[in-house]
Design a protein around this ligand. Structure first.
Ligand SMILES: [Zn+2]
Length: 258
């Protein structure tokens, strides 16, 4: 596979940021292979007061490009959708592992899985930049766009303080209705699962070397959804479609919970 080019992604972010009510912020920069990699956050929304705050994270695993494409597609859509910009304030970190994304590797160029670097004693620079960005923020919804490169079926993680807020079943049903196979194993990634749904007991979760979803939940609160559409057997368009459908369900549910 030809290497992806981070500069082209930066160009796409600039195009999104040129739309009304969108803002591209550089959140940090790191050096790798003699090159400098700026990292970005896109803020979209008219006025942050009294609106629901949503964070979207993508691309922490470089071999899960559908998440990055879904984040970009979503920003393209909302930057011109008044309804969404009026009701929500979006913070999007669209590509959290630039060197892995360029090389299509899960880990960064130094072989580090960034999704185990949160609250680490000496985190990789990318994780340090993301952590700093999260400090002092709170969100109503944290949406993590992953993909699974091994399993042939879709599954997802969900964390919510109030079980009444759960929307996992609805997302699984929607994914299935557009022809996505569901992973119905009773144990997925070493965690008990039911019908493609994992609701981890995070109270007992370890304190260091955290995945971003757990770290973000502990730092910023909110309802956390992590999607894992299968790379095997599904086109990237279909995987992006699943992410966008799930995000729409999550936003509708958030808007309804006044
Ligand atoms: Zn992943």
């Amino acid at each position: 596979m030809a290497k992806r080019n981070y500069e082209t992604l930066i160009d796409r972010l600039h195009n999104i940021a040129a739309k009304p009510n969108a803002q591209l912020l550089q959140i940090g920069e790191f050096e790798a292979c003699g090159k400098s990699y700026p990292m970005f956050c896109v803020r979209i929304g008219k006025d942050a007061s009294a609106k629901k705050r949503v964070m979207i994270n993508a691309g922490i695993h470089g071999d899960e490009p559908g998440g990055v494409e879904a984040a970009l597609a979503f920003m393209d859509r909302i930057a011109t959708a008044d309804g969404l910009r009026d009701r929500f304030d979006f913070t999007v970190l669209p590509c959290n592992n630039p060197t892995g994304w360029e090389r299509n590797t899960r880990e960064n160029v130094n072989g580090i899985d960034l999704n185990r670097e949160f609250n680490a004693p000496k985190p990789a620079p990318e994780a340090g930049i993301i952590s700093k960005t999260l400090q002092g923020k709170c969100f109503d919804l944290i949406f993590e766009m992953h993909e699974d490169v091994d399993c042939p079926g879709f599954y997802m993680y969900e964390i919510a303080e109030d079980p009444a807020a759960y929307i996992g079943e609805q997302i699984i049903e929607a994914a299935e209705s557009i022809g996505c196979p569901i992973n119905r194993d009773e144990c997925i990634e070493g965690t008990p699962a039911a019908n493609g749904l994992i609701r981890p007991k995070i109270v007992k979760f370890r304190k260091t070397r955290l995945p971003l979803a757990i770290f973000a939940w502990r730092t910023c609160g909110g309802h956390v959804i992590t999607l894992e559409p299968p790379v095997t057997g599904l086109s990237i368009e279909k995987r992006v479609q699943i992410q966008l459908i799930a995000l729409t369900i999550a936003l509708d549910s958030l808007a309804a919970a006044e």
